[in-house]
Design a protein around this ligand. Structure first.
Ligand code: ADP
Ligand code: SF4
Length: 691
């Protein structure tokens, strides 16, 4: 046991059950849910193995009128959903942890696209997501029905083996939350008006869940104490506190956070502080004697310990830190704090859920692949015999590959052309708000530097001849990519013509620290539409540049809706005075001007500019790999392994590069049939089951 952190490993009672320690994985989505229950169970099971004392499911639809299709959340509509949930509890219990389930009726957040059920709300209103259908006001019999569904779901949850059962009023995502908020609940009956009336439904749900399962299961209440809208919404120190006072010791556990999801899971780009929710939730323990769990991207055991000792919380809550490092508790316990793989706060995990696919994590490439590929965040299949490998390029892909090969027992030489290790993880971390991203490199460099079987060389640009000279049989090429300077991209397949009157820069120039020398406005052309254009616009605006942001999209950084950042990015640019030219493509640069074309009508307009920053596409650096492949083909080289990875293979997110490096290191010595088996593995409908 590591000194000073003993308090984190105390057993804590939650109602009738006992948590083995204070590490609590709060409910979080993982894009598996009812569609991929085996994968879900494997993911949660690994976290229990890594020492989390409580592991929760994601939100669990309790009825077909809360159908979140096409998203893959958890489901307990009827008894047929019990076995899939039993898989999850068994996987958690196998490692001595408690299993929690977050029951949810999503009200007007559920579009019911599969079931075609009417969506429900406190009063008639639009659906939360853009949909032609509206939600209808619940009458008394609807409320009774809702309570019955919740009760039934609690009974099924108990039958599935859960120890902790939630009522859920947070993230603006559930009907219980909608009833609580005056701007969504204008009812005139005993469920509307005064706070006591608005809390009534929640009270009933908690009481009835306790009645139904309370003897053997704890009943938790997840509540957003603050909407982060100032006086326009619920505030922690006003109505938020009053709700906790009203319900005080009714639930067995308070799971408290802030709302909406974009605030609860804010990215490090917009909130750097670990424990950022503390000032909102710290009052809760003053009001209730029941244990409290809270989050705030908590990874540091010192902060965790101090929050427990100061009486801010009883359980250290985590979603993202448990995704980035499922073994975080075990590492603290064993004094391996320096080995913790810290979350970088990028929300790629969140994006996966928003895209309806299994969870992916930038820091932890095994996340979401536990069942499909049998990957584990800590245990890696050792090599059958010793061997030597050369990894070329020390960006996220090369570092991950090298680290994984080393852990497998290979002798690894890592050669990097530049003077610094880390590639794009370090380059991008130099941009405004992204400094936490350097942890992708830091974690891997630290690990590699401690291993005797890793040799690292910087300023070592390798060409094909140099590779041959090294006489290594396993060669992994991760030479990255660079941003195009010719404007070829989604909208301009032929590129953007220029008479040379306007200097052109790329994201790589900015990341290399080259300043833009112009007194005139900088035109940023974001044809990429992921995150880079928006980041650079904020970065340059903060440096005092006048920014014209041009994009064919109708929003700034539209992909960042998936990471819950889009609204913040656009509002930040507006606040910094950036001029937004949306739905515009950049046609050409002539006479110190840019010619734009409306993406819908083609109508042209001119914009004077001092410099243009092109964020369009990336070019793969695959030349070295191509040369080595050619030598292999002619027999001039005889590599056992020659693999291309990361952005040189297919430019994407840092998460894709890390995954690619990990995949190569795990699979290079497998038969093609084994590689195929895991590649094609998925959960499918068994047609032999009669329905
Ligand atoms: P990825 O995201 O795929 O890891 P990066 O662009 O982050 O890609 O990293 C690629 C790294 O490879 C860079 O640090 C670059 O300096 C290095 N590199 C590129 N070509 C060579 C080469 N021929 N020899 C050694 N290192 C190289
Ligand atoms: Fe953290 Fe990013 Fe991993 Fe999510 S994807 S857990 S935010 S590192």
């Amino acid at each position: 046991m590591s000194d000073g952190y003993e308090v984190l490993f105390e057993q804590i009672k939650i109602g009738p059950v006992m948590a083995p320690n204070r590490f609590y994985q709060v409910p979080h989505c993982n894009g598996m849910g009812h569609l991929r229950p085996r994968a879900d169970a494997a993911t949660r099971g690994v976290k229990a193995q890594g020492g989390w004392g409580v592991i929760s499911t994601q939100e669990t639809e309790i009825h077909p009128s809360s159908d979140l299709s096409p998203y893959a959340e958890n489901r307990l509509w009827d008894d047929r959903d019990i076995p899939a949930n039993r898989l999850i509890t068994d996987a958690i219990h196998a490692h001595g942890a408690l299993a929690a389930i977050e029951l949810a009726h999503n009200g007007n957040h559920a579009t019911n696209l599969l079931t075609r059920a009417r969506s429900l709300a406190p009063v008639d209103m639009s659906l939360d997501l853009i949909s032609p259908r509206q939600a209808a006001q619940m009458d008394k019999s609807d409320i009774k029905e809702l309570r019955r569904w919740h009760r039934q779901a609690a009974r099924r949850a108990k039958a599935a083996g859960f120890d902790i059962i939630y009522a859920y009023a947070a993230h603006h995502m559930t009907i219980a939350h909608h009833f609580l908020l005056p701007q969504l609940n204008e009812r005139m009956d005993e469920y509307g008006g005064s706070l006591e009336n608005r809390v009534r439904l929640i009270r009933e749900l908690i009481e009835e869940t306790k009645e139904e399962v309370g003897e053997s299961c704890a009943v938790a209440f997840r509540f957003a104490v603050d909407e982060m809208k100032g006086a326009d919404g619920m505030q922690a120190h006003e109505e938020g506190r009053a709700v906790v006072e009203l319900l005080a010791d009714l639930p067995d556990l308070w799971d408290v956070n802030v709302s909406g999801w974009e605030n609860d899971s804010v990215t490090s780009r917009f909130e750097q502080r670990e424990g950022y929710q503390t000032s909102y939730i710290e009052f809760v323990k003053e009001v209730t004697d029941k244990p409290v769990v809270a989050v705030g991207r908590l990874s540091s055991p010192d902060l965790m310990t101090s929050l427990v000792k100061k009486g801010v919380l009883d359980f250290v809550g985590a979603a993202r830190p448990s995704i980035a490092d499922p073994y975080l508790p075990a590492k603290i316990k064993e004094g391996r704090i320096d080995e913790i793989r810290e979350c970088i706060g990028c929300n790629i995990c969140v994006a996966s859920d928003n895209l309806g696919v299994p969870i992916r994590c930038t820091q932890n490439p095994t996340m979401g692949e536990e069942w499909r590929r049998g990957w584990h965040p800590e245990l890696i299949r050792p090599m059958e015999k010793e061997g030597a490998a050369l990894v070329i390029g020390a960006g996220p892909a090369g570092l991950e590959c090298a680290m994984t090969l080393v852990k497998r027992g290979m002798n690894v030489t890592l050669a990097e052309a530049g003077s610094q290790l880390g590639g794009r993880a370090v380059r991008e971390a130099s941009l405004l708000g992204l400094n936490a991203w350097s942890r992708v490199a830091d974690h891997r460099i630290y690990d590699l530097k401690r291993r005797a079987n890793a040799q690292i060389y910087v300023q070592s640009h390798l060409d094909a001849a140099a590779v041959l000279e090294m006489d290594v049989s396993h060669v992994f090429v991760a030479t990255g990519s660079s941003w195009r300077r010719d404007g070829v991209g989604r909208s301009n397949r032929a590129g953007i013509s220029s008479d040379g009157s306007v200097p052109i820069v790329t994201p790589d120039d900015i990341m290399a620290g080259k300043g833009i020398e112009t007194a005139g406005p900088v035109l940023i052309y974001d044809d990429d539409q992921i995150y880079m254009g928006g980041v650079l616009a904020q970065h340059l605006a903060a440096q005092g540049h006048e920014v014209d942001f041009v994009t064919p999209a109708s929003l700034v950084s539209p992909w960042c809706e998936h990471t819950l950042e889009q609204a913040r990015i656009q509002s930040d640019l507006i606040k910094h005075g950036a001029q937004l030219h949306l739905s515009q493509t950049l046609l050409r640069l002539e006479n110190g001007q840019a010619t734009l074309s409306c993406a819908f009508t083609g109508q042209e307009s001119n914009l004077p500019c001092g410099a243009v920053l092109l964020v369009t596409e990336r070019q793969r650096h695959s030349a070295l790999f191509d040369q080595l492949s050619a030598l292999q083909e002619t027999g001039e080289a005889a590599f056992e392994t020659l693999e291309l990875m990361g952005d040189a293979y297919a430019p994407g997110l840092i998460a894709d590069a890390v995954f690619s490096g990990h995949l190569a290191a795990q699979n290079f010595d497998k038969d093609q049939s084994d590689r195929d088996a895991e590649f094609f593995r998925r959960e499918y409908i068994d047609l032999s089951v009669k329905m």
